[in-house]
Design a protein. Structure first.
Length: 336
């Protein structure tokens, strides 16, 4: 218990951590101030006009769907040249969302419509925060000899490293929860006072809660990855260099090579695809190669999906592998 308390004090006392917290608060303040300055409470006439436009937009979608069904009935079964090849994609009932009044109120902040996108911004910042803090927390101690001094007091390597990792993850979880509550509460107040709250039903809160929960998991995984890579490389810059190298060599260069050699479903080989699929619950990708050889045999969308379950598995395996490797190397490494 004393070891964890000591590590928590060391973590909070680090100037880099304090600087990152200040930047976090500053980013939140800028986002809230910009949103508040660009929003206003809609008038009755604006609301009536927006509702009418939403009704017309939904009616237009229904008309387009009915026209597509009529064209399908008129054409022959062998004719696949029609633009509307699959009318199911135009069915308003099957759309993720229908036009609502908030879509036609420019300059009006709607909490129900924009809370999720704002939450994604928060998660992205916290992921970066966790990765950098995790890497610097252990990297600076290894580089400066702080770990050696700590081992003189508690000469158990794995216990010390586990206490550092546990303190990091616990602190990031608490900070993320507090930041999330303050962040969403601020924009809820803006929606109430200078915009529209929107439809805050059970579906909205459950969807927002799911995104928030997945985001917290991603923040903890990113923190552990930064911690593990910095442990393996014995320096904070090792984690930064590894991520930069991966992004340039594989996400950019590798993607280009895969496109040149016509690899199918190349997005499944990119870590960014799994991060996006985990956060959103499901990601859909387009690959025209999937339709090769289907000409004249029917409609082919060229789309394929990546769901949250395999995405989480990949992220957990990657993080677990790096963490286990970090502990194994730390146990046998000469720290002097």
């Amino acid at each position: 218990m004393n070891l964890v308390r000591a590590e928590l004090e060391r973590l909070c006392a680090r100037r880099f951590v304090q600087l990152m917290v200040v930047l976090l608060v500053f980013a939140f303040a800028i986002t809230a101030a910009t949103t508040l300055a660009g929003s206003h409470k809609p008038t009755v006439s604006e609301l009536n006009s927006a509702r009418q436009q939403a009704v017309e937009a939904r009616r237009s979608m229904e008309t387009t769907h009915q026209e597509c069904l009529a064209r399908q009935k008129e054409r022959s079964p062998a004719d696949t040249s029609e633009y509307f090849a699959d009318c199911a994609n135009l069915d308003p009932i099957r759309q993720d969302r229908l036009p609502i009044a908030a879509d036609f109120l420019p300059g009006v902040f709607s909490f129900a419509e924009q809370a999720e996108s704002l939450l994604y911004f928060l998660i992205a910042f916290l992921v970066l925060f966790g990765f950098l803090v995790g890497a610097s927390y252990i990297g600076a101690d290894l580089n400066s000899g702080g770990v050696v001094n700590l081992l003189l007091w508690r000469p158990r390597r794995l216990t010390v490293l586990a206490a550092k990792l546990g303190t990091l993850l616990g602190s990031m979880l608490v900070l993320s929860l507090l930041a999330s509550v303050a962040y969403l509460a601020t924009f809820w107040v803006i929606g109430q006072s200078a915009g529209l709250p929107g439809r805050l039903d059970d579906d909205f809160w459950s969807s927002l809660g799911a995104v928030h929960g997945r985001g917290l998991v991603l923040v903890l995984l990113a923190s552990a990855v930064g911690f593990a890579i910095a442990t393996l490389g014995r320096h904070t810059s090792a984690a930064l260099g590894a991520v930069a190298a991966y992004a340039v060599v594989w996400e950019l260069g590798g993607r280009l090579v895969l496109e040149i050699i016509d690899v199918r479903r190349s997005d499944q080989l990119m870590l960014s695809s799994y991060i996006g699929a985990w956060l959103s619950g499901e990601s859909r990708f387009f690959d025209p190669r999937l339709c090769a050889g289907t000409s004249g045999t029917g409609y082919c969308s060229g789309l394929y999906s990546l769901t949250w379950a395999p995405a989480l598995l990949v992220l957990v395996v990657l993080t677990g592998g790096l963490t286990v490797a970090a502990f194994a190397v730390f146990r046998r490494r000469d720290l002097v």
